[in-house]
Design a protein around this ligand. Structure first.
Ligand code: GRF
Length: 205
């Protein structure tokens, strides 16, 4: 029997990094059989950087503002991602759209967390979209990344009620609690080789 090695995971985050932290904690607790090989961020002020340092995870800042063109930024980002030598890339609050070269290179091994029950409310301000639309149930989705915005095959979804007095912020807080469960679960399933993808359906073994 071949000896299973732990998966190598790397994460991209642009800000607060609470989802990043949820995955770090699940790895540290032994729930996810993985080692975290790096955080890549586009934002030198991201609080996720502090979290990575506290956990001893190498950080690469690819500061979007310092590149003359989007193509130059994407090239540097791709190089930083390759350097992580990861089996899985996790977009944990990475707030930019990835270009086709990156999406193609890491196809099938890149996940994103989105704070809505896709395919409803893709794109920015998902919680605000949910409030404005008047839905009674909201939630979060972890999906594999494809060329579209928030369109890839769905791995895990979790839902929450929308209460009559909710505003964008109270709903976002309630969804975030579920994000912190959904993302580590999806990463764990990947790392345990339990995901089987056929067209856009993901089956959990
Ligand atoms: C989360 O709601 C995530 O779904 C969205 O951006 C937010 C990031 O929060 N893409 P955090 O940085 O993980 O705390």
């Amino acid at each position: 029997m071949p000896v299973e090695r732990k998966k190598r995971i790397a994460m991209l985050a642009s800000g607060r990094g609470s989802n990043f932290q949820a995955v770090i904690d699940a790895v540290a607790a032994g729930d996810i059989p993985a080692v975290c090989t790096g955080l890549v961020t586009d934002n030198p002020g991201a609080y996720a950087i502090e979290r990575a340092r506290a956990a001893g995870i190498p950080v690469t800042v690819v500061d979007y503002a310092r590149f003359p063109t989007r193509a130059a930024y994407e090239e540097a980002l791709l190089a930083a991602m390759r350097a992580c030598r990861a089996d899985l890339f996790v977009l944990a609050g990475y707030m930019r759209i990835l270009g086709p070269a990156i999406v193609h290179e890491f196809s099938g091994r890149m996940m994103n967390i989105h704070p809505a029950l896709l395919p409803a409310f893709a794109g920015l301000h998902a919680q605000r979209q949910a409030i404005e639309y008047g839905v009674k149930v909201a939630g979060c989705t972890v999906h594999l990344v494809d060329e579209g915005t928030d369109t890839g095959p769905i791995v895990v979804q979790r839902c929450v009620p929308v209460l009559p007095d909710d505003d964008e912020s109270t709903l976002a807080d309630r969804i975030l609690i579920e994000e912190h469960r959904a993302l580590p679960l999806a990463v764990k399933l990947f790392c345990e080789d339990r995901l089987e993808v056929s067209e856009r359906r993901v089956r959990v073994r």
